[in-house]
Design a binder for this molecule. Sequence first.
Ligand code: R5P
Length: 281
Amino acid sequence: MKKIVAGSSSPMLAKNLANELNIEIADVSIKRFPDGECYVKINEEIKHAIIVQSTYPDENIIELFLLQDALKRMAERIDVVIPYYGYGRQDKIFENGEAISAEKMAKLIQQDADSVILVNPHKEHIIKFFDIEARICDATPTLAEYFDGKIDAVIAPDKGALEMAKKAGEKIGCKYNYFEKKRISSNEVVMEVKDMELTGKKVLIIDDIISTGGTMVKAIEMLRNQGVNEIYVACIHGLFIGNADERILKAGCKEIVATDTIETAYSKVSVAKEIAKYLSD
Ligand code: R5P
């Protein structure tokens, strides 16, 4: 029997996914010992397990490994859904002596899994670190739909997020662009959206991750300089470290929207339906 095994990172998403797939959440005990170490127990027989667990923060990684280990002793198939692939940003050697965390994580996860689904990993090539069946679920169109009819343009804060802005813009039928860096002097760089009249417009800034919020705050300030009327901010993975959300709102953002890959007060869009497409048979 196919069941969802919900790790601690994403209980709401796991529930939504179970509803989408019309299957049950398995009876699982997850506890912490006084010293912080994790204990897991699968309280029923499962033949096909779909684990839902992010690799963020660190304690959820160990929890994932223990769930996989417990399940490999009973299940015939283990699919692992990783809503937020933590450690995905170090996806290559930038400087000698570094680890490639995105690769290491993949090698460890695949030891006890038959397939893996990642929701918007930081870079698509991360999927190639897995030697098992590995798929990417792109939540960008679902996130964009939230803004259908509300905005005039989608802007990426940098070139790296341009593909997201393009997908979002195409989904809801509005223009898209990205911030280009322009050097004013040897120590001054400004960012601007070129070749697009934004005065008085309603603009969405979209990115895969909001961490400290620094990127979004800077982009909001620049858009305000360009005369934008209303600014919205959206991301797939809302980490909101420290007071990132407050800083973004204070900078002049009208609304922050994130998905439920990381469950926060801004998780206004669920990726469950999108993930379910990869799991229904
Ligand atoms: C970077 O490549 C990512 O796409 C995000 O732009 C970045 O993680 C955002 O970080 P922060 O919120 O700290 O500026």
